[in-house]
Design a protein around this ligand. Structure first.
Ligand code: NAD
Length: 364
């Protein structure tokens, strides 16, 4: 198969971690007889340095012509980087928001996986962390409260603010379909999270999700109120497979879910539109404090690349292979500095970003 991949190395540690993900992807492609063509794309600070703006129309076009885009992360240190002297719409993050909009990315996927070998980093009770968990939050990204009408007025001398939470049934249906499709590739369970005891938008959400579920008799659907879900994520995260939810609930729950894994350098993510196209990137930022030192953890980016194979190319076996290689290297004790705690077992060995990439590629 020919894979046409756009590549945004980005800023800070971006080029270092993307280099390792490309290494592992190339090894995987070679093993299974696929051919990757890469298009390098400038976004964020790297684009400002060359073009004076964080995103150019040529870049949007190049991304659209790719089957999928792999990204490091963008942005710099807001206190010291000259990029943050620019007006807000010319700063690195403006480029990211604009490209997400241009590509129509409405579904954000954030897996939270607790690896047995890293259970000590999990802040949950020992019996919970020992059981491990592997869940995925699917968050609607382009509707709801963050995109509804808003205003602040003064009424009878009182400052009053209004935000509106709007969803139409098409917006709910398209993300529900994605969630059920993805659950089929996992353990076949969807938990739809809402606040249907209070909100009309949640009652519509629940009704439409039920309609979509009728086409997926092989997927088990349950509904959960968002306040309960926030509790269940720390009490018993292993009960979840795919959590499907609207924009603001997903914003909060996905941060909660990722933090219970305890390892920011391990967390992958993807944003999808209604084709097979996706933008795949680690959940963390560009970590300017450690950039250029070859000590960043490339695993979140490598796992994002595995998601790309699974969701944009339907190459599940290849994606499994990459994920297994990561597990194997962790099992053998290799750790970048961020996942090597004080007093780590004697069997653990600290390694650099590039060595971690080499080890994982060797296990493919
Ligand atoms: P950050 O995620 O970059 O860093 C937070 C802490 O985690 C830092 O101590 C960093 O060294 C560490 N860290 C992050 N990734 C790591 C990795 N792979 N290996 C080892 N340690 C890692 O968050 P921040 O410092 O708040 O933001 C830095 C910049 O990143 C800002 O410009 C911000 O806007 C940007 N950012 C970009 C994205 C994106 O591109 N999608 C997302 C979040 C933040």
């Amino acid at each position: 198969m020919k894979l046409k991949i756009g590549c945004i190395s980005g800023d800070g540690i971006g080029p270092e971690i993307v280099r390792e993900a490309k290494k592992v992807l190339e090894k995987t492609a070679g093993k299974y007889g696929h051919e990757i063509s890469w298009t390098e794309i400038l976004l964020g600070g790297a684009s400002i340095d060359v073009h004076g703006v964080p995103l150019t129309p040529e870049v949007v076009q190049a991304a659209k012509e790719s089957d999928a885009v792999l990204m490091g992360s963008i942005g710099g240190d807001a206190n010291t980087s000259p990029w943050y002297q620019l007006p807000p719409d010319r700063r690195p993050e403006a480029g990211l928001l604009a490209i997400r909009r241009e590509l129509g990315l409405f579904a954000n996927l954030r897996p939270a996986v607790l690896y047995e070998e890293l259970a000590d980093a999990c802040p949950l009770k020992k019996e919970t962390s020992e059981a491990g968990f592997d869940l995925l939050i699917m968050r609607e990204l382009t509707g709801g409260l963050y995109f509804g009408e808003r205003r602040t007025t003064v009424e009878n001398g009182l400052r009053t603010a209004v935000d509106t939470l709007v969803y139409n049934e098409n917006e709910i249906r398209r993300i529900a379909v994605k969630a059920f499709d993805i659950a089929r590739k996992r353990r076949g369970k969807v938990t739809s999270v809402d606040k249907a005891n209070v909100l009309d938008s949640s009652r519509l959400w629940r009704a439409v999700v039920n309609e979509v579920a009728a086409d997926y008799p092989d997927v088990e659907l349950s509904h959960m109120l968002v306040d309960n879900c926030a509790m269940q994520l720390v009490k018993d995260p292993a009960q979840f497979d795919v959590i499907l939810t609207e924009n603001m609930f997903g914003d909060i729950l996905s941060d909660e879910a990722s933090m219970v894994t305890g390892s920011i350098g391990m967390l992958s993510s993807a944003s999808l539109n209604d084709t097979k196209f996706g933008l795949y990137e680690p959940s963390h930022g560009s970590a300017p404090d450690i950039a250029g030192k070859n000590i960043a953890n490339p695993i979140a980016t490598i796992l994002s690349a595995a998601m790309m194979l699974r969701y944009s190319f339907d190459l599940d076996k290849e994606a499994d292979d990459m994920e297994q290689a990561v597990k194997q290297v962790l099992k053998e004790g290799f750790r970048t500095a961020d996942i090597m705690p004080e007093g780590a077992a004697a069997s653990c060995r600290k390694c650099s970003c590039s060595e971690m990439g080499d080890r994982i590629a060797e296990r493919i």
